[in-house]
Ligand binder design. Structure first.
Ligand SMILES: Nc1ncnc2c1ncn2[C@@H]1O[C@H](COP(=O)(O)OP(=O)(O)O)[C@@H](O)[C@H]1O
Ligand SMILES: CC(C)(COP(=O)(O)O)[C@@H](O)C(=O)NCCC(=O)O
Length: 416
């Protein structure tokens, strides 16, 4: 069985041998099955951790949990992150089956409300693939609303994980510690296949205020057609060496090389994305795929940044947090978005990015185990070091090494 793609986190944590060691140690799996990717978050107890932190010292069952104690068990371990392509959902199912997630995947607990073959799932695929999970794994997907999950996920990260949020501009990233008393309001812009914009005013207080169908799916879909790239990462990589000016029509192209300063446009500003393709007798083959990829990435990122800014302006929000796997920690994408937000807001609004950008929904679905007795999920320290300077790497992949999150939680529905 091949895992479609291992990002830095997974590579560091889940080489085959490591995966074998995880058997029987995994609990509380949550899925976010989106239009493009399946994101999985699961908790794995530390090997050296018995699973019962405080209270009685009597014998433990095979799960490392106590039998018939008056105290609730406290589990210590890590949250791990993994993703698969939605079109290859069978690989996800095979992975879960091989790790026997169906027998210990839901929860450790025995309370009726917490059946071990029920797992939390969000995203459209929680509806679309419910029968598949039931049929192949005997797992029932307990559906959690996608917007609720995104907000719960981002709030968890912003409150609990040091080094999670950062700004990115001119090749430099800066880690931002957000004061928890000054977290709200903010605009969450989740760039998945499509884009959702959510005004967040409190822990469970939010409103989806806007969205656009021109998102990550558009970039990858059009990019695939126009460049013949075989993978998303190949398309991103290609864009790295491209020059958008070959295809984009700049203000200077229209104004004879000069700025249009009266309305604040420099000669190098893009007047019309892909606009140059109209003039001349060039066919698609006459353009370098890297230039096409670059123009496309710039067009989509700019457009999202502009809609995000307009929504921030609409509600007087100063902080715009960008999530979703479209960003992929890609330097040029983040730079384009940041410059766009800065330019249109005249420096008033700030774009923030997240290290676990693509896992907001899955984390939020994971948090919803709270309702079933998982309480006090406490993170112990940061995912790892705060972001390094990104100037020499094209994606945040390097950053994500050891991106698993150390935590403990308590199971309050453990039978006494
Ligand atoms: N390995 C990948 N395969 C496909 N798309 C990817 C990949 N990595 C990043 N992406 C981008 O991420 C987008 C999906 O982001 P995601 O937040 O997972 O949304 P969804 O929930 O719609 O799947 C894709 O449309 C694409 O732009
Ligand atoms: C329908 C969705 C919430 C699904 O989420 P996704 O799988 O794209 O992450 C999202 O694609 C979206 O918000 N689309 C934009 C629709 C619109 O506002 O025009």
């Amino acid at each position: 069985m091949q895992i479609m793609e291992k990002d830095g986190v997974v590579k560091a944590q889940f080489e085959e041998n490591e995966l074998k060691k995880l058997t029987g140690e995994v609990s509380h799996v949550a899925l976010d099955i989106g239009g493009s990717l399946i994101k999985m978050v699961f908790f794995c107890r530390d090997n050296n951790c018995s699973g019962h932190e405080h209270g009685n010292k009597s014998s433990k069952d095979t799960n490392g949990l106590t039998n018939g104690y008056s105290e609730y068990p406290v589990l210590k371990g890590k949250l791990h992150f993994l993703k698969f392509e939605t079109k290859r959902i069978n690989e996800c199912v095979e992975f879960m089956s091989s790790k026997q997630f169906q027998s210990n995947g839901g929860c450790f607990c025995k309370a009726p409300a917490c059946d071990k073959n029920i797992i939390k799932a969000t995203g459209g695929g929680a509806f679309r693939f419910a029968d598949l999970f039931k049929e192949k794994l005997g797992i029932t997907l307990d559906k959690v609303d996608e917007m609720d999950s995104l907000v719960a996920g981002v709030n968890f990260l912003l409150k609990g994980v040091t080094g999670e949020a950062f700004t990115y501009m001119d090749g430099k990233n800066e880690y931002v510690q957000i004061d928890q008393n000054d977290l709200y309001p903010y605009l969450l812009v989740n760039i998945g296949s499509g884009v959702s914009m959510i005004k967040v005013d409190g822990d469970d207080k939010f409103e989806r205020v806007s969205g656009t169908s021109v998102g990550g799916g558009t970039f990858w879909g059009l990019g695939k057609l126009l460049t013949k790239c075989k993978s998303f990462d190949e398309l991103l990589e290609l864009s790295h060496s491209g020059n958008n000016r070959v295809i984009d029509m700049l203000v200077g192209d229209i104004y004879g090389g000069t700025d249009y300063s009266k309305i604040g446009l420099t000669s190098t500003a893009i007047a019309s994305s892909f606009g140059k393709a109209v003039s001349g007798n060039k066919e698609l083959e006459d353009y370098r795929p890297e230039d096409v990829a670059r123009s496309l990435l710039r067009m989509i990122s700019n457009n999202i940044a502009q809609i995000a800014y307009l929504n921030a302006l609409r509600f007087g929000l100063k902080r715009i947090i960008f999530g979703g796997f479209f960003i992929r920690g890609h330097a040029y994408t983040m730079d384009t978005i940041s410059v766009g937000v800065d330019f249109w807001s005249k420096g008033e609004a700030k774009a923030l990015f997240l290290r676990h950008e693509g896992y907001l929904g899955a984390l939020g679905a994971f948090m919803s185990y709270k309702k079933d007795g998982l309480t006090d999920l406490i993170t112990h320290h940061s995912a790892s070091e705060p972001p390094k300077n990104l100037s020499n790497c094209s994606t945040v992949q390097d950053l994500n090494e050891n991106g698993s999150i150390e935590c403990t939680f308590q199971l309050s529905n453990w039978p006494v």
